[in-house]
Design a binder for this molecule. Structure first.
Ligand SMILES: NC(=O)c1ccc[n+]([C@@H]2O[C@H](COP(=O)([O-])OP(=O)(O)OC[C@H]3O[C@@H](n4cnc5c(N)ncnc54)[C@H](OP(=O)(O)O)[C@@H]3O)[C@@H](O)[C@H]2O)c1
Length: 289
């Protein structure tokens, strides 16, 4: 079995990858502050520790999902954001070069400014936030490094967390369970992807040699309010608690782009894993274990 190093296994996406990878890969899964059974706790900013681990485990693939992914926290703590989101990538690339491993970096739709939407891989990046900027720097490092590395730019990820971590769809479901009103933007657009769909696509890519840049979003562009109405019909919630609001009424530390929907047609043509639209993804989410 080939060896894989999975970072961020204690996170939302990483938790799903952890469950799906084990039968097919000789897996080393990493956590950090939230130790999880079956994972090793390691701070990826610790260069010596990362190099020592990679020399021992000799992974063929490093699937790097770990990040400081909260936009507002990154905006308030830019140095920490750069250390976690960019410096760790430089360290992992150094380690990967030693053992000829392939690095797959999970990046984000937040590399775009959202002025246009339906971005493809040829479009220029222009991040509005510190989070987006740290991911752009990380992408540059990966794309400039020798070897067959891949930047997989994920759209907004929805789904139910496996172990820990959170998602915006889980936030909606929690509020509905507690009979609380749910304010949702009608004027902010993404192409959300179901976490299990994204995990399947990433694992398929891990078994391929594809390198460069790839967008991984769901098949449709949608605002958050409409997404929530689809969630209500898939899961049987009463939509009366959904409150349509404008994103321009919200106050936050990090600026938010209006439309960072992704054109993922390159990935759709490449992968056996179909990239689901939100209706299909939400139905599957509600039927999943
Ligand atoms: N969620 C989304 O909608 C979305 C959209 C597009 C792209 N992405 C990208 O997808 C990836 C996964 O996102 P997510 O929502 O699953 O994130 P998450 O739930 O916040 O998980 C982040 C993971 O990173 C780990 N981590 C943070 N700092 C670390 C450090 N210094 N050393 C080692 N590990 C560290 C955390 O470990 P501990 O918890 O154990 O400390 C956790 O396992 C990220 O790269 C994110 O940028 C996410």
């Amino acid at each position: 079995m080939p060896a894989m190093l999975l970072t961020g296994a204690s996170g939302f996406l990483g938790g799903h990858l952890l469950e799906k990878t084990s039968p097919h890969w000789n897996l080393t899964a990493l956590s950090h502050t939230r130790p999880l059974p079956g994972t090793l706790a390691l701070d990826l900013r610790d260069r010596e520790a990362v190099l020592a681990l990679v020399r021992t485990r000799r992974p063929r693939v490093i699937l790097h999902t770990a990040a400081k992914a909260n936009l507002d926290a990154c905006q308030r703590h830019p140095e920490e954001a750069a250390a976690v989101n960019t410096t760790t990538v430089a360290i992992l690339l150094e380690a990967a070069a030693e053992v000829k491993a392939r690095l797959i970096l999970v990046s984000t739709d937040m590399v775009f400014d959202g002025a246009r939407g339906l971005y493809n891989e040829e479009d220029e990046v222009h991040p509005l936030s510190v989070y987006g900027a740290t991911k752009v720097e990380a992408e540059h490092l990966v794309l400039a490094a020798p070897g067959s590395h891949l930047v997989a730019r994920a759209a907004l990820i929805y789904g139910r967390p496996r172990h820990s971590g959170s998602s915006f769809s889980q936030w909606i479901e929690n509020r509905l369970h507690n009979s609380q009103q749910v304010p949702l933007y009608t004027d902010q657009f993404r192409s959300p992807i179901w976490v299990e769909n994204l995990a399947d696509a990433l694992l398929e890519l891990a078994g391929m040699e594809y390198s460069g840049l790839l967008h991984l979003g769901g098949a449709n562009r949608i605002d958050r309010y409409t997404f929530a109405t689809q969630l209500c019909s898939a899961a049987g919630y009463d939509p009366a608690l959904l409150q349509p609001v404008s994103m321009h009424t919200a106050v936050s530390d990090a600026p938010r782009p209006v439309d960072v929907s992704l054109d993922s047609s390159r990935a759709a043509a490449l992968l056996r894993t179909p990239l689901l639209d939100t209706r299909d993804g939400l139905l599957r989410m509600t039927r999943a274990r």
